[in-house]
Design a protein around this ligand. Structure first.
Ligand code: HEM
Length: 410
């Protein structure tokens, strides 16, 4: 195997955990495609190479993207074997099955469905803010940016309100599980949550098959297209598990990252609140500057040349969206947050090609509504000085787990 030595991709160590961008910049300059011996992964950091990978799914497969480079301990595997065995679901699938599922799910994910949800998202945001607006200070992640997308995706999936807290706990365990940083005992607990979550979703799907409702699960079950076989229950369970995760963790992180960017320079926050028409572009620029999905895996199906390196068949790669989004060969002044930039639509924050984020229209609405409501309900919003953001140690996802702010209570 050709191994070009480069900087080690020690993303979880301070100061990279808090700010990985200088490390990404160094990698782009010194070794844009390199094999990290310790992680046993190829790291791809330049825009043109990340784009090339995204546009060639036949060479860069998405199968097994959630498989950790380090196999779980036997006691964790034992618990996982007790649950339904996983099938690929969109994000971790390749054509032709990916094409079939994307076509069927795409029918249920029509942007009009999300646009119609805007008043409901606003009502949910208002009820969350009403509960603490009088307090004058607090953690916006636990009170607002986490629960809002979780409630929205829960409602879209048709999960009863009374079960939402349970789902939230399972999803938290899933985040910890995929981060791969938990103790062996915690990993066993997380694996139990994972199995319980899958069983719950299995029951939800069977319930909708018996009694369809006006929700996403029923719409996907009913979706038909030409020769494509409809979704099976097992496929749908897996899809829902990923949707639940993809549908809130990422949006929470977009909101958190964006609020950090805006509140660290209060002038940016004031400008947005004075002219709300800037919000859509400000959201795109936050997706570029501090991408909630920093990177994702692919596996080569054949030997291939990328960025001047020969990569063997069967190699695993991490493509760094967040680094590509700061590539100086593509973006003018990439280190500057500038919602007025001409090249704003080029960012890869939602990916590109066949796996382009199916939930992007929903994420954009949620982010806009959340920021509008924050401006309206929490006057003079500002960061509390001296508080850290406690970033999640996770390869793919980046966002503050704590955002301590103050405001002038009404
Ligand atoms: C795919 C980012 C919100 C569901 C993706 C991909 C990215 C991404 C980068 C491409 C992955 C790849 O190429 O392998 C984001 C960000 C979000 C967000 C930054 C929020 C700001 C959502 C929401 C949902 C969702 C709200 C669901 C309601 C999905 C699904 C895929 C996907 C199902 C896989 C699509 C496919 O493989 O065809 N997302 N996402 N995402 N996203 Fe999102």
């Amino acid at each position: 195997m050709s191994t070009t030595s480069g900087p080690t991709f020690n993303r979880f160590e301070s100061p990279h955990l808090e700010n990985p961008y200088p490390l990404y910049g160094r990698i782009r300059r010194e070794a844009p495609v390199f094999f990290d011996e310790a992680l046993h992964l190829w790291i791809v950091s330049r825009y043109q190479d990340v784009r090339a990978v995204l546009m060639a799914p036949e060479t860069f497969s998405s199968l097994n993207i959630f498989q950790s480079p380090v196999p779980p301990p036997p006691e964790v595997l034992e618990v996982l074997m007790q649950g339904p065995q996983g099938l690929p679901s969109l994000i971790d699938d390749d054509p032709p099955n990916h094409t079939r599922v994307r076509t069927l799910v795409g029918k249920a994910f029509a942007p009009q469905r999300f646009a119609a949800l805007e008043p409901r998202i606003r009502a949910l945001a208002r009820s969350l803010l009403d509960a603490f607006a009088h307090e004058g200070q607090g953690d916006l992640v636990s009170r607002f940016t986490y629960p809002l997308p979780a409630l929205v995706i829960g409602e879209i999936m048709g999960v009863p309100r009374s079960d939402m807290d349970q789902l939230k706990r399972w999803a938290e365990d899933l985040t910890l599980f995929t981060a791969g940083t938990a103790s062996p005992q915690k990993q066993v607990e997380c694996a139990r949550s994972f199995v319980a979550f899958q069983r719950y979703l299995g029951e939800l799907v069977q319930e909708r098959r018996r009694k369809p409702k006006d929700d996403l699960v029923s719409a996907i079950l009913q979706a038909r297209h030409g020769e494509h076989a409809p979704m099976s229950d097992a496929e749908l369970v897996n899809l829902l598990k990923n949707l639940h995760f993809a549908g809130h963790e990422t949006t929470t992180n977009l909101l958190g990252n964006m609020l950090v960017l805006l509140l660290q320079e209060p002038e940016r926050w004031r400008e947005l609140q004075a002219d709300r028409s800037l919000l859509p572009k400000a959201i795109e620029e936050a997706l570029r500057m501090d991408s909630p999905v920093q990177g994702i895996m692919r596996t080569t199906t054949r030997e291939v040349e990328l960025g001047g390196e020969r990569i063997p068949a069967g190699a695993r790669l991490v493509i760094l969206f967040a680094s590509a989004n700061r590539d100086e060969n593509v973006f003018a002044e990439p280190e500057r947050y500038n919602p007025h930039r001409a090249d704003i639509s080029k960012h890869l924050g939602f990916g590109l090609g066949i796996h382009y984020c199916i939930g992007a229209p929903l994420a954009r609405i949620e982010a806009r509504v959340a920021l509008e409501m924050l401006g309206e309900q929490l006057r003079n919003l500002r960061l509390l000085p001296g508080e850290g953001f406690d970033y999640l140690p996770n390869f793919s996802h980046r966002g503050p787990r704590r955002l301590m702010v103050a405001w002038d209570p009404a």
